[in-house]
Design a protein around this ligand. Sequence first.
Ligand code: ASP
Ligand code: MG
Length: 439
Amino acid sequence: MKIMKFGGTSVGRPERMHQVKDLITRGDESKIVVLSALSGTTNSLVSIGEALASADKVLAKSRIDELHAHYKEFYPQLLKSDVAREKALEIIKEHFEFLNILLKISFNEAINRDILAQGELLSTKLFHTLLEELEIPAVFLSALDFMSIDENSEPELQKISDKLKAILAQHPDDTIFITQGFICKNHLNEVDNLKRGGSDYTASLVAAAIQATACEIWTDIDGMHNNDPRIVDKTRPIAEMSFDEAAELAYFGAKILHPASIWPAQQFNVPVKLLNTMQPEAHGTLIKAEVDSVGVKAIAAKDGITAIKIKSSRMLLAYGFLRKVFEIFEKYKTPIDMITTSEVAVSVTIDDLSHLEHILEELGTFCSVEVDRDQTIICIVGNMVSESKGAIQSVIDSLIEYPVRMVSFGGSRHNVSVLIDSKFKKEALQSLNQDLFTW
Ligand code: ASP
Ligand code: MG
């Protein structure tokens, strides 16, 4: 059995949903189809929640009506028969009645999460109605019956696996299952979600839960590119990469894949394929445990980085200094991305600035601190990059024109990271693109 996940743009128009139907009915293998909400819907739901949170019911109502109008236009283009159209209208009515009721009751965070869940529920129900109309047998599964997270918002993979396997066992003869990405239940049994972009994570968790043969992520681009196509000309999709390489890239801004969605597939060794709904025959990107290819494969950049230089002469020959520093970041639940050290100083980068003032204040009690804002991490990823001859030299040579604030090399076999001022990002990426992909 394999997993096929389709993102918002792949289901965002009636004709696209028909393409998805074609794709999931190819081949004999059984599949669990995971769908996102129609593109734009989750953003709308977020804005409805925000209007309700600020007690602006008029605004909330107009946003609900706007979204409602979109669905009322969508379903007659998706479905032909009166029976199917009537069913779709019922589905839409039910979900918008629910949203409208919220205008009358007091708002809280649990309700907000309920609002966010409506998008995936709508898309899967409408898609299932399409399959019914076309007499394609498919089982509708509610992700709320098996997807769950614990009190730290971490997915409960074992529980998910037990529940999902039990549900699938009730349908031994069925081959197509439709379910929602993104949504789940939390430890209080409330409706919750896996955070924005979380449908990829659902797909990977479901793939791990049933030890699927493959986890296909269908989007609107032809795989993970070797550089950011919005910034650099002449990028190309990467044919294959290892889980480790993909994990390095997914975090550093390669928006095609939710960063958390690597580990479940990796843990159960389920190959992940990034494929293009608009060009189904294109190779896309295959992510698996081992790859033969050596050398630089991709470059990614992450903006909004702040570098903190922490200097103390007491660091000289002292032990426990780094612990003291890290404990402050831990106390304020602020993840550190890059680190470089010298004898008397350590530089770290963070991207979550919510507790910066407190962190600086506490560091200031035992060191001097300098802060550089608006920095960009450029991450160069490739199999064995750290061991390939000349890789680091090529990176440094290529960046000769730009002041490099930090370099992190040797932390993993797959990554060299450099920190530069964001104003040099575009040129730096272009230069690296030209220089690193010739060999
Ligand atoms: N619909 C959700 C979002 O827009 C989840 C997803 O599409 O992955 O964030
Ligand atoms: Mg996505």
